[in-house]
Design a protein around this ligand. Structure first.
Ligand code: FEO
Length: 392
């Protein structure tokens, strides 16, 4: 396939992965993904910005078949879905150097066994001239690993962001064409990959405010020719107001927890609270992560299995703890047969969440009147707390 030109002498040379359904052996990819790489030909030098996943090396090398020289391979991020084809590029172009941050150099040397003499390291704000095109390197750690940077093409005003602003979306469209779909994919991606770093991303967004950007070109999913679309979305996800939403991930084995969840969700809904309910026996974990981006509260529903929470619930709690959503309140509802330490164990698993724990409701066996009263109290407490904080 012929490489598609984005602007004069700037080409998209990445690969679309229509079939991939799991990333990092963890994250569901219902819509596939892409590994975008960009070729920038200046009047004096040529740079390749990021590469592709090793499973798609042939696609990249096909695009480069008629490219006689590459002087620089810019590595914005060391993870293998972007760096994995660098060794093939270096083998084809023996004089090419990998341009990256010192931290990324160290990671690439250890992950891909690239020798030290193939690297040039750059500092934050440093520039590299290709002749009529200038690359500016902007340090942006933790999007998604500690070594990450962005590359800004000054003359063309294109910001190449690698994982930041990405979306796992396989499409032949170079740019976003369907904003609804793009928003959904980008939010899912943010929830799964970027949310743990929301505080630092807020600072990156501030820093980017001083750049004139015509196009944002991430290394997953389509590019943004209206950058404000994704910049505004990120501002809202990282620091916008939380919403009057309660997320209820739950499991039920014999119906007791199910009954409590149904009652609880009905009561919350009756008081004007939006509820997102996820039965973890059948839930796409990415949807749950997305729901956590702007919800004010999570209430976990679990039966007791061998005195602890159900293992699927433990998994979801562990994941939520790692994703560090901005939740303000958490609670637990559920049931047990003869004894339970589910509440103690679950609260121990979510210590990263800076959220107030509201009184849990745990029923012995099938819930009775007292349990429903306790659920009403929890509902009232949530409604009150949301009002106090102004969550609308
Ligand atoms: Fe798309 Fe962190 O790699």
């Amino acid at each position: 396939m012929k490489a598609r030109q984005i602007k004069t002498n700037i080409y998209c040379v990445g690969a679309i992965d229509w079939d991939r359904r799991l990333f990092d052996a963890l994250i569901p990819l219902p819509d596939g993904t892409s590994y975008n790489a960009y070729l920038v030909q200046g009047t004096q030098k040529v740079a390749l910005i990021d590469t592709v996943d090793p499973s798609k090396t042939e696609v990249l090398m096909g695009y480069l078949a008629d490219v006689p020289v590459i002087d620089y391979v810019i590595a914005n991020h060391a993870e293998q879905d972007h760096s994995g084809s660098i060794p093939h590029v270096l083998a084809k172009y023996p004089d090419a150097k990998v341009v990256t941050t010192p931290k990324c150099r160290d990671l690439l040397a250890s992950l891909l066994l690239i020798s030290e003499n193939r690297f040039i390291t750059v500092s934050d704000g440093e520039t590299l001239s290709l002749g009529n095109k200038t690359l500016e390197f902007i340090y942006a750690p933790w999007v998604h690993w500690p070594e990450t940077m962005l590359t800004y093409l000054r003359e063309d005003k294109i910001l190449l962001t690698c994982d930041l602003f990405g979306s796992h979306l396989a499409t032949t469209d170079l740019y976003v064409t369907n904003e609804g779909q793009a928003y959904e994919s980008a939010k899912r991606y943010y929830a799964e990959i970027m949310m743990p770093f929301h505080t630092i991303i807020e600072k990156h967004l501030e820093k980017l405010g001083s750049y004139k950007i015509d196009v944002i070109a991430p290394s997953h999913g389509p590019m943004y020719d209206k950058p404000s679309f994704i910049l505004e979305a990120y501002r809202s996800w990282t620091s916008g107001p939380l919403k009057n939403i309660v997320v209820v991930p739950y499991i039920s084995m014999h119906g007791s927890t199910q009954k409590m969840v149904e009652y609880f969700v009905g009561a919350l809904t009756g008081k004007g609270v939006t509820v997102k309910q996820f039965n973890l026996a059948a839930t796409d974990i990415g949807k749950l992560a997305m729901a956590l981006v702007d919800a004010a509260t999570v209430v976990i529903g679990t039966p007791t299995v061998l005195v602890g929470p159900h293992p699927n619930i433990a998994y979801a709690a562990f994941l939520a703890n790692a994703l560090r959503p901005r939740l303000q309140f958490v609670s637990i509802i559920g049931s047990y047969g003869w004894g339970s330490k589910a509440v103690e164990q679950l609260t121990g698993m979510i210590s990263n969440l800076k959220a107030e724990v509201l009184a849990p409701v745990i029923s012995k066996g099938f819930p009775r009147e007292d349990d429903f009263k306790a659920l009403d109290n929890l509902v009232n407490a949530i409604v009150e707390k949301h009002k106090e904080r102004g969550f609308a």
